[in-house]
Design a binder for this molecule. Structure first.
Ligand code: 26V
Length: 831
């Protein structure tokens, strides 16, 4: 049976007005844009709830093996457009609204972002949820409902300031609080041995209990009725503890403790560089893991009584090590609460987990000090020691008494601060270990987890990341979406992205090229309007829009981009009139947040703003060069920026970017990439042609020299040697001149910027110096290519045409088939 709700414009109008009157509690005769958005969102939510009920009941009936995606971070962005598009009722809503005097797009702009994550890893989780729903997989997402998501970035006088993200202040129409889905989560206390039915067992007497309450967020699939759930946990005080405090007469403290419990899920940690052994962060991890495991085990027990079947019904996906306490928690529940024999429990645990790692360097791997873990989770520490003991004993049998290797592989690190290596724990206990691109997976096998790879080669897999074309084309670039469907003669590419390759045969078609250019222009106009409204800077639509947007990190080398821009500026300043007439005009756009404690990254932001100030006010330069820093870059801004870009930059020092997913979004939107051969760009080159690639879909041979990307810089294997050689001999003249300009105060704040210059002229760890020359060459090649609009457009078409491999649909199918062992379970309906 289909749902109760009808989707014709009249029914939709009635629903919206109903929600204006009774949910938003405004008069249906007088409400503003925000209130209209709220009512609209509630009307969409009704439809999502209906579908999610149908999906859950269907899953319950079929009882397939389910996958649970555990992640501390989800960068969902906005939900409205994505939901109505996936439900297939966007146009009906637009009609309904226009009859009420509202414009859909205007209302969509009222929504704030759900920014419960930092960067790549978190947006990847969101893309993957969309693919799991669309491909009808019986899957759940689990995470934390932070009260404050990623901080808002405000730029004052060119400096980054952080402000809290009060995203829940105006309510969140997408979530449903499940007051009856709550679980107690225990912390601290002691462990005592007890005898139960003649058996020795361990009893954990906690010192604190916090209640986890579920908030469900529906994730609709596209072209299917299936709507899966992202369940996020929030902390609330446990009744149990309050009662005790109340009984002892400590009423005030009992009430104050309410606040303390909510603290657990109050704020997202905004630093994605290193683990600082903070107790609150560990508490968040366990809180989320414990609630999720209780929920998953309860669902299993509803239909099954024998834990032998657990791995046949449950697949658990660890998104990096952040949720890896889940391994220990399942062991604890099976042994201490379900009273399974240790070996039996261990057999079960080893069949459950698949682990994906997003880090590249050993320093990026999470370690938890034993003292901290032992005080917060005393029983878990014991279990980890036991797992490690068994593992090391087994290892000795396999490799003998190679103590160096044994200590490298041990889960426990015996260093100045004794710690638990969460990555080693995850590798030992998971049946698959995934890298996020080919080069990253190779790096895991040969460097980061070499010892483990030699022991268990079969565990290691590659699951190259992908992004969802629903969000990154259909939602964010409706003009391109329409154009693609028209030329491919079908909308089927939205579910089957491989069909995009069909565009290749029209890449030289003059009509397509014309329409393609128009689409790009419309998107550039939208971006230009945003830039002017935000910064007052007017940009020319004829200029090449050159974008680098991502978190600010030294390894991502935004500094290289800025040095290149200063070089370009300097060149223009030194040209005569006739030379200037030949310059290809550029609008350089940089955006991204620096972790609040990351001083170098904050300096880079200030430098960018200082250089922008100088260039944008220089009348000699005019439209030939503009530089814009976009503050508070987030998912919804990305939806404006990416479709409007001609060129996008991915400049990581080779070997430092595990994958990179931004490049895939730009590629889908027909942008050309200027990139190092790192992470996923290596595969993008393989797929759509480039330097040294056999594949090249350009039929005009003279174009072979143009390629589809502009690649530059040291390759991964060259990096160690270049670092060894040091920078002194390789400081190119142009680089020295640019650094000189900064040091001499051309952009002000010279004292503040000295250390940035020192880092390049000093040890140059990130190889800005050595890559500078080839970076400028790649930039020159991009200028040359842009000067020929037909060729550029052809390359742009081929970029979109070749982007299918980088859809998260492919990634998720890979996970389902090779890691999770699950199959689609589609609700039987004409959605
Ligand atoms: C680390 C930490 C450490 C301290 C506590 C907070 C926190 C939060 C997140 C992280 C890990 C960030 C890792 C990350 O985002 N990696 C990126 O993952 C992308 C998806 O696989 C990949 O494309 C990027 O190359 C990789 O940098």
């Amino acid at each position: 049976m289909d749902g109760f709700l009808k989707n014709d414009p009249i029914s939709l109008q009635k629903d919206i007005l109903y929600h204006v009157e009774y949910t938003v509690a405004r008069s249906r005769f007088s409400f503003d844009d925000f209130e209209a958005y709220q009512a609209l969102a509630h009307s969409v939510r009704d439809r999502l709830i209906e579908r999610s009920h149908d999906t859950q009941l269907y899953f319950k009936r079929k009882d397939p093996k389910r996958a649970y995606f555990l992640s501390l971070e989800f960068l969902m962005g906005r939900s409205l457009s994505n939901s109505v598009i996936n439900l297939g009722i966007r146009d009906q809503y637009a009609d309904a609204l226009s009859q009420l005097g509202f414009e859909f797009e205007v209302l969509a702009e009222q929504e704030g972002d759900a920014a419960l994550g930092n960067g790549g890893l978190a947006r990847l989780s969101a893309c993957q949820m969309d693919s799991m729903a669309t491909l009808d997989y019986p899957a759940w997402g689990y995470g934390l409902r932070y009260q404050y998501g990623l901080f808002r970035q405000v730029i004052l006088d060119g400096f980054q300031h952080e402000q809290p993200d009060f995203w829940l202040n105006f309510g969140n129409p997408w979530e449903t609080e499940r007051v009856h889905v709550t679980y107690p989560v225990k912390f601290y206390g002691t462990v005592e041995e007890e005898i139960l039915n003649g058996q020795k067992c361990n009893a954990w007497n906690p010192g604190e209990v916090v209640e986890a309450v579920a908030y469900d967020n529906p994730i609709p699939g596209y072209g299917t009725r299936n709507t899966i759930t992202l369940r996020l946990w929030a902390g609330k005080p446990s009744d149990q503890r309050d009662m005790e405090a109340f009984n002892t007469g400590d009423y005030i403290n009992a009430v104050v403790s309410r606040q303390k419990a909510e603290n657990i899920s109050s704020v997202l940690y905004p630093d994605d560089r290193s683990y600082q052994g903070k107790e609150l962060r560990l508490k968040q991890q366990y809180f989320f893991v414990s609630a999720s495991m209780q929920d998953i085990i309860r669902r299993f027990k509803d239909a099954h009584s024998n834990f032998d079947e657990f791995p046949e019904k449950v697949a658990l996906q660890l998104n990096d090590t952040h949720p890896s306490l889940a391994i220990v928690e399942v062991m604890r529940v099976l042994v201490d609460e379900e009273h399974l024999d240790w070996n039996k429990a261990w057999d079960i645990v080893c069949k459950l987990f698949s682990f994906t790692i997003h880090a590249v360097i050993a320093e990026g791997l999470e370690k938890i000090p034993v003292d901290l873990l032992g005080s917060l989770l005393p029983r878990h520490l014991q279990i980890i020691y036991d797992i490690n003991f068994n593992f090391v004993e087994e290892l000795k049998k396999r490799i003998g008494l190679d103590y160096d290797r044994l200590s490298r592989m041990s889960i426990v690190e015996e260093a100045a601060v004794k710690s638990i290596r969460m990555a080693n724990l995850s590798v030992v206990c998971s049946h698959t270990v995934n890298g996020v691109s080919k080069v990253h997976s190779e790096l895991l096998r040969t460097k980061l987890f070499k010892d483990f790879y030699e022991l268990w080669p079969e565990k290691f897999q590659c699951k190259t990341n992908g992004v969802t074309q629903r969000r990154w084309i259909v939602v964010s670039n409706p003009s391109l979406c329409a154009l693609l469907s028209k030329w491919l003669g079908t909308e089927a590419w939205i579910r089957n992205v491989d069909l995009l390759t069909g565009l290749r045969e029209y890449a030289e078609d003059a009509d397509l090229q014309q329409e393609w250019m128009m689409v790009k222009k419309v998107n550039k106009m939208r971006l230009a309007e945003y830039i002017e409204a935000m910064s007052g800077v007017k940009v020319s639509l004829d200029a090449m829009f050159d974008v680098q947007t991502k978190r600010i990190h030294e390894y991502k080398r935004q500094l290289l981009n800025i040095l290149g821009i200063i070089h370009r500026y300097d060149c223009i300043k030194n040209m005569d009139k006739s030379q200037r007439s030949k310059v290809v005009p550029r609008v350089c756009i940089i955006g991204g947040k620096a972790a609040p404690g990351y001083e170098v990254a904050k300096k880079i932001i200030k430098l960018c703003n200082a250089v922008a100030e100088k260039i944008n006010n220089d009348t000699d330069v005019g439209d030939l060069l503009k530089l814009v820093f976009i503050p508070d870059y987030n998912v919804s801004l990305a939806e404006v920026v990416i479709p409007g870009a001609d060129l996008s930059q991915h400049l990581s020092t080779a070997g430092h970017e595990a994958s990179g997913t931004g490049s895939m979004k730009f590629l889908m939107n027909g942008c050309l990439l200027l990139a190092t051969e790192d992470g996923s760009t290596v595969e993008i080159i393989e797929e759509i042609g480039g330097r040294e690639s056999g594949k090249c879909y350009l039929r005009d041979n003279s174009l072979r020299i143009c390629f589809l990307q502009f690649l530059f810089g040291a390759k991964i294997h060259e990096v160690p040697e270049l670092r060894e050689k040091g920078p002194a001999h390789k400081l190119p003249l142009q680089c020295a001149r640019v650094l000189g300009l900064i040091r001499d105060g051309h952009f002000g704040f010279e004292d503040y910027f000295q250390s940035l210059c020192d880092s390049v002229e000093g040890d140059d760890f990130y190889l800005l110096c050595s890559d500078f020359g080839s970076y400028l060459e790649a930039q020159a090649a991009a200028d040359k290519a842009f000067a020929d609009p037909k060729k550029w457009t052809q390359m742009s078409i081929l970029s979109t045409a070749g982007s299918g491999r980088f859809s998260s649909d492919r990634t998720i199918r890979d996970y389902a088939e090779k890691s999770w062992g699950i199959e689609p379970c589609r609700f039987p309906s004409e959605f």
